[in-house]
Design a binder for this molecule. Structure first.
Ligand code: ACO
Length: 310
């Protein structure tokens, strides 16, 4: 079974309810039909009628959650009229197990309410993302499976934030994708001291912090992409590294390199996939506005699996 087949199988056994705030978007409607037919989850397409059901109760609950941040009751009531906030309140109150959105809305539109309402899991400082990528070249990563982070959320992570991203992504590789041994490469334009720059120093520092946070995780840096993935290059540039030449998790130093990197892989190399958010207390996932119906189905399935694991 490939990773998608495994995720579909796990989703089927969970019976989770996933809210879709973009309830009249045609690809989302088509995806919801497939999800229901295949038994992957129980989808809820949000409509203006549905949003009248609990608007007052959610406005009151949202006001309680955000009043310390200076929101008035009117602020909360106005937000709850927005499907993204209404959907997020369904997840927060347990009326849904997870949320998938983003076929129309921007990533920021979806992330902000998730961060304000659902917030991070206990013990987790930072929400970030992992792209689950299938490469045509099966000699790379874990039989062609690679995880990239963070290509969606944190524009400019500090060394400490980068370390948390690395540890969360190793965890996602293990728990969601069934990777028995995550091997994490902390990417840079330098390999183990081949260049000196403050940007390289940040990755080196992040590697040190990540080792301290999760000593059991196989993690090395700083590594260039070729040294991380190609055994022959690793033998020259990073002999003896436990990760170089066999990495299955790639941690980019910032959002620009991560976002550009995954799109280069997808458009030039045919290495496509989908993103999951990691670190949220309840699962909410974002779509690309260019997503296909299949992407939405897979993202709903993976959200259902994340909800099962909670
Ligand atoms: N983890 C946990 N909490 C966070 C994080 C994070 N990474 N980032 C922000 N927060 C919290 C803040 O603490 C704050 O909480 P509070 O209001 O309870 O105090 C809340 O979220 C809002 O924080 P702000 O800093 O005011 O939010 P901001 O307006 O900066 O938005 C956002 C945060 C949406 C994540 C922003 O950083 C962003 O837009 N990131 C990039 C998204 C993007 O465009 N990605 C690329 C495209 S995606 C693609 O191509 C697939």
């Amino acid at each position: 079974m490939n990773v998608i087949e495994k995720i579909w199988a796990k989703a089927r056994s969970g019976g989770k309810t996933i809210v879709l705030p973009e309830g009249d978007e045609p690809r989302t409607v088509a995806a919801a039909e497939i999800v229901a037919r295949e038994g992957l989850a129980k989808p809820i397409l949000l409509t203006p009628e549905r949003m009248r059901e609990k608007a007052d109760a959610y406005a009151a609950a949202l006001y309680e959650l955000r009043k310390a941040k200076g929101w008035s009751y009117e602020d909360a009531a106005k937000r709850v009229a927005d499907p993204m906030y209404y959907g997020m309140m369904m997840v927060q109150t347990g009326d849904a197990d997870g949320l998938v959105s983003g076929a129309v809305h921007s990533t920021g539109d979806m992330l902000r309410p998730a961060l304000q309402i659902v917030k991070t899991k206990p013990g987790v400082k930072l929400v970030s993302s992992a792209f689950i990528i299938g490469c045509p070249n099966k000699s790379l990563g874990e039989d062609g499976l690679l995880l990239y982070a963070d290509c969606v959320v944190n524009p400019c992570p500090t060394a400490e934030e980068l370390a948390h991203i690395a540890v969360s992504t190793a965890e996602t590789a293990r728990t969601l994708c069934g990777v028995a041994e995550p091997r994490v490469a902390m990417l840079s334009f330098s390999t183990l001291g081949s260049a000196e720059h403050e940007l390289v120093a940040k990755v080196r520092e992040a590697t040190k912090i990540a080792h301290a946070l999760a000593p059991e995780v196989l993690l090395d840096g700083e590594l260039q992409l070729d040294a991380a993935l190609v055994p022959e290059v690793a033998a020259i540039k990073a002999p003896g590294s436990p990760v170089a030449g066999r990495a299955n998790v790639l941690v980019f130093p910032d959002l620009q390199s991560g976002n550009i990197g995954y799109k280069i892989g997808e458009r030039l190399g045919g290495a496509g996939g989908f993103a999951v958010l990691q670190g949220l207390a309840k699962p909410c996932n974002d779509l690309s506005r260019g997503c296909s119906v299949a992407d939405i189905v897979n993202t709903i399935a993976v959200t259902a699996v994340q909800a099962t694991a909670l």
